[in-house]
Design a protein around this ligand. Sequence first.
Ligand code: HEC
Ligand code: HEC
Ligand code: HEC
Ligand code: HEC
Ligand code: HEC
Ligand code: HEC
Ligand code: HEC
Ligand code: HEC
Ligand code: HEC
Ligand code: HEC
Length: 290
Amino acid sequence: MKLKKLSWIAAALALVVPFKAASAETATLVGSDTCIACHSEQAASFNSSTHGKKMPIVKGITADKSCESCHGAGSLHAAAAGDKTNPGFATIKNPSKLKGSAASATCFACHNQKDVMLWDTGTHAAKGLTCNTCHSVHNGQGAKSLKKSEGETCYQCHKNKKAEMSLPSHHPIEEGKMTCNGCHNPHGGTSGNLKAETVNETCYKCHSDKAGPFAHEHDPVTENCGTCHKPHGSANQNLLKQAQPYLCLRCHKNEHTVRQNSGVSDLRKRNCTDCHTYIHGSDMSGAFGH
Ligand code: HEC
Ligand code: HEC
Ligand code: HEC
Ligand code: HEC
Ligand code: HEC
Ligand code: HEC
Ligand code: HEC
Ligand code: HEC
Ligand code: HEC
Ligand code: HEC
């Protein structure tokens, strides 16, 4: 039985690689029709996927060349005819079984988008996630070929963020107005998988009115928005880390106690921003007043 199969492979190899009969390990391209004969299900899912529709247009990879552009040359696998004990069988590449950089290399062959190429710098790569953790070529949803909806993709592992995002003050993710990726790049990036170099640059993408420069800057604002705000959610209004006046008294311990400069005695019990309206900086004179 074994002998029969071996000679079958030998015959197949002789056909496919006539000049390399000695190096039996080198698989060659056989074309998609060969694959489809045994994998009609995957061929159907592929044809209806983003890749199936776009690869011919964007990369000029015609249907006949598609399967092996990701799975590698398949002659030995095909010749094994489904016999898993045949060494040739395992020469086909299944990206979902590869680990680390070998897994992402399959995808990098075509995906050199700037944000995706940050992959190796990110926490997700360091923690052993692969492209296939979130994406599926054959069974992905939507244009981004994700296994789950964009929201659910992140909550699978970051459950505590779902709770934070439900606090009274939160960025409108539950409302569907933005996604985690408004601030994060799941593929990597500088510290915190953020979309920009720093926390502040990330916030300025949507809150450009806070970017300045202002004639009167407030030091903690230019340093890090996260000094006063929680990015995901907070029990305090305006995503504040603490309620006023405590938020401010953390740094301004002596104001309006040593100098009752405005003549009002209960200043420290009030919202400091009742008077210091332009807390993020102002071009007008006066201590962030108006
Ligand atoms: C003669 C039939 C046959 C041909 C031809 C064939 N395969 Fe397979 N292939 C199989 C069988 C059987 C399996 C095992 C399926 C299973 O375990 O459910 C398999 C498994 C696979 C796997 C998964 C391997 C793994 O380790 O998980 C991939 C990927 C694959 N084939 C791709 C291809 C591609 C690409 C081609 C064309 C180059 C191809 N196959 C041609 C029969 C074939
Ligand atoms: C753009 C890359 C890519 C192309 C092109 C591609 N595949 Fe796949 N294939 C994958 C990935 C990634 C997996 C792992 C499962 C997943 O992500 O859907 C996979 C899994 C498979 C499997 C293993 C069984 C399974 O469903 O997990 C088979 C068989 C397979 N592909 C066959 C094919 C065939 C046949 C073609 C051509 C019609 C093809 N693939 C084209 C990337 C690709
Ligand atoms: C042979 C080339 C090729 C390989 C290899 C490849 N892709 Fe793609 N991929 C494409 C093309 C072409 C598109 C369509 C891009 C477009 O519309 O501009 C695409 C689209 C995508 C998209 C949707 C992008 C968008 O802009 O909507 C995702 C996500 C994706 N691929 C993930 C993967 C993953 C994960 C892998 C590895 C398992 C992979 N790709 C391997 C060629 C490839
Ligand atoms: C933690 C989950 C996750 C992992 C891991 C992941 N992605 Fe993505 N990917 C996403 C999400 C979510 C989007 C949609 C982002 C958006 O719309 O801004 C996306 C979008 C994309 C896109 C389309 C647009 C773009 O340029 O950003 C490509 C291409 C892509 N991913 C490729 C990859 C590749 C290649 C890998 C592996 C190196 C990978 N992804 C790993 C979640 C992931
Ligand atoms: C398969 C699990 C998994 C999925 C899915 C996942 N992550 Fe992660 N993520 C991790 C792990 C593990 C870490 C490391 C820190 C930790 O343990 O929380 C991490 C860390 C992070 C960090 C912190 C990075 C740093 O350097 O401090 C951010 C931001 C992040 N993920 C965002 C996302 C977003 C956005 C999504 C959805 C697109 C997502 N993650 C999906 C597992 C996952
Ligand atoms: C408004 C911008 C913004 C949005 C939206 C956002 N994040 Fe973040 N996230 C940040 C900032 C800023 C940090 C802190 C980064 C630092 O200090 O380096 C952070 C940190 C993280 C961390 C690591 C530290 C921690 O708090 O655990 C994880 C994990 C994370 N975010 C996941 C998510 C997930 C999942 C979503 C979507 C549900 C999401 N983020 C939505 C801005 C955002
Ligand atoms: C992708 C766009 C986007 C980014 C990036 C972004 N935000 Fe927002 N932010 C929003 C939206 C949308 C709202 C809700 C505005 C509304 O409802 O009128 C909001 C609201 C807020 C609010 C008010 C919340 C409330 O309860 O009323 C604060 C504070 C805030 N953002 C701070 C930040 C900080 C700090 C960062 C950086 C870590 C940041 N934002 C990054 C889009 C963004
Ligand atoms: C010193 C503390 C502090 C820092 C640092 C800070 N904020 Fe605020 N922020 C506040 C306070 C207090 C409020 C509420 C204002 C009020 O009650 O009138 C607020 C409100 C907001 C609001 C909602 C109301 C509005 O004005 O649009 C946004 C958006 C916001 N901050 C964004 C940012 C961004 C972006 C940064 C970083 C560039 C930042 N904040 C840094 C204290 C701060
Ligand atoms: C993380 C520390 C920190 C926090 C929190 C903080 N500040 Fe400041 N603030 C500073 C620093 C530093 C300066 C500049 C040095 C100085 O004048 O003391 C400053 C300056 C000021 C000034 C004086 C500006 C001038 O022109 O003299 C006012 C007014 C002010 N802050 C109000 C507030 C209010 C109101 C809050 C709460 C919403 C707040 N600060 C929260 C650190 C902080
Ligand atoms: C009723 C209005 C009012 C309230 C409430 C108020 N302030 Fe003031 N604050 C003022 C005025 C007026 C000045 C003097 C402005 C000037 O010098 O132009 C001032 C000055 C300051 C200064 C600058 C001191 C200096 O050396 O010039 C700081 C810091 C400050 N306030 C912090 C706070 C903090 C923190 C709170 C909340 C605990 C607060 N203020 C509440 C009106 C107020």
